[in-house]
Design a protein around this ligand. Structure first.
Ligand code: UD1
Length: 339
């Protein structure tokens, strides 16, 4: 079976993807510098799959260490590149760190791949590249215009997409799949892996589950005066396991050379927008646990509403996000209780 290198494979989306890859019969080697994840994640993966993935504690921007890894695992046929810093607020405070980490690591990875003749890469991108689409572009499909990034983090995603496209233009053997995620939430149904926020969660769902668990006093809902039915922001919340499965399909598509296009882009979302208050109320309803909250002012840089048109992924990849919101929220709660 083919071996896939997963950078950032002990992270949130990475770990769920490693599980799906291994369960589909792929051999995996994870590269992660554990800057925002724990080595214990390997135990969770092993408990689910019954086999421990190979792991190397390496920074993706360390060319020498990466080259040694590719020498050791000369059977690597494809790469999924998750490894990146991802806190929007921190990226505003420390832009150089974000540009160095997120861009430096991709450049190094592509150089090592080239030297080792590895020609397939799936890249972890984000709906953040669309900014706030105008109403004519909602739901957002892949042809919606890319807008100026609102943060250095968002800009690194845009720049990395461009680097990949430029390299594919120069190297006709390279195949790139850009996956633009909407808002990944939830945890593996086993509750053996899930999201491990570093410090105070910035994202909605970890804050909701920590508040439900009594770890936080109350949730702050950022704004109820948006131009949406209940006034709170709308996002497309996608189950992390559904998202992980899309990566397996993308990798197979590359290995089986199913596409003649060198660079393909797919939006990964459910196609359904939910407001902050809808998420909150559904969580309270399905778990039966109260979540104290207050409405506060808008969060700077927030987008009012965005949700995906996942038609291309549905039709071309034959992939669909199918898990009901209730089940996703329950998986997140089960994981929080485990923690
Ligand atoms: C954010 C980033 C996005 C990034 C993604 C990665 C911004 C503007 N966008 O997406 O670029 O790809 O994280 O995970 O930061 N909310 C609350 N209270 C909270 C937390 C969130 O009301 O305590 C609301 C937010 O205002 C937003 C929604 O919940 O309307 C979702 O927020 P979040 O989970 O942070 O995701 P995004 O902002 O969509």
């Amino acid at each position: 079976m083919s071996r896939i290198l997963v950078t950032g494979g002990t992270g949130y989306i990475g770990s769920h993807t490693v599980v799906e890859l291994m369960q589909s019969g792929f051999d995996v080697v994870i590269v992660d510098n554990l800057s925002n994840s724990s080595i214990d994640v390997l135990d969770g993966i092993e408990a689910i799959v019954g086999k421990r993935p190979d792991f190397a504690n390496i920074d993706c921007s360390d060319y020498v260490a990466m080259a040694e890894l590719f020498d050791k695992y000369h059977d690597i046929e494809g790469v999924i590149h998750f490894a990146a810093s991802k806190a929007v607020g921190e990226s505003v405070e420390k832009p150089l760190l974000y540009y160095r980490n997120n861009i430096g690591s991709l450049i190094c990875l592509l150089e090592v791949m080239k030297a080792h003749k590895v020609k397939n890469i799936v890249f972890s991108s984000s709906c953040t590249v669309y900014g706030q689409p105008d109403s004519a572009h909602l739901p957002v499909n892949e042809d919606a215009p890319i807008q100026k990034a609102l943060s250095p983090y968002g800009n690194t995603k845009q720049i990395n997409e461009e680097i990949l496209a430029d390299e594919a233009h120069a190297d006709k053997g390279l195949h790139v799949i850009l996956l633009r995620y909407f808002n990944p939430i939830g945890a593996h149904p086993s509750a053996l892996i899930g999201e491990l926020p570093n410090g105070v969660p910035q994202n909605l769902l970890p804050f909701v589950t920590q508040t439900a668990a009594g770890l936080r006093k109350q949730l702050r809902v950022f704004g109820n005066d948006y131009n949406t039915p209940d006034g709170s922001c709308i996002r497309d919340y996608i189950y992390v396991v559904d998202l992980a499965k899309a990566h397996v399909i993308a990798v197979r598509r590359q290995l089986e050379k199913k596409s003649s296009e060198q660079v393909e882009v797919f939006n990964l979302g459910t196609g359904k927008g939910l407001s902050v208050l809808e998420i909150l109320n559904t969580f309270i309803k399905v778990t039966g646990v109260d979540v104290p909250y207050e409405i506060v002012g808008r969060r700077e840089g927030d987008i009012e509403k965005v949700w995906a048109d996942p038609k291309k992924a549905n039709e071309v990849l034959g992939w669909k996000a199918e898990t009901p919101t209730e089940d996703i929220l329950l998986s997140a709660w089960k994981w929080q209780q485990k923690l």
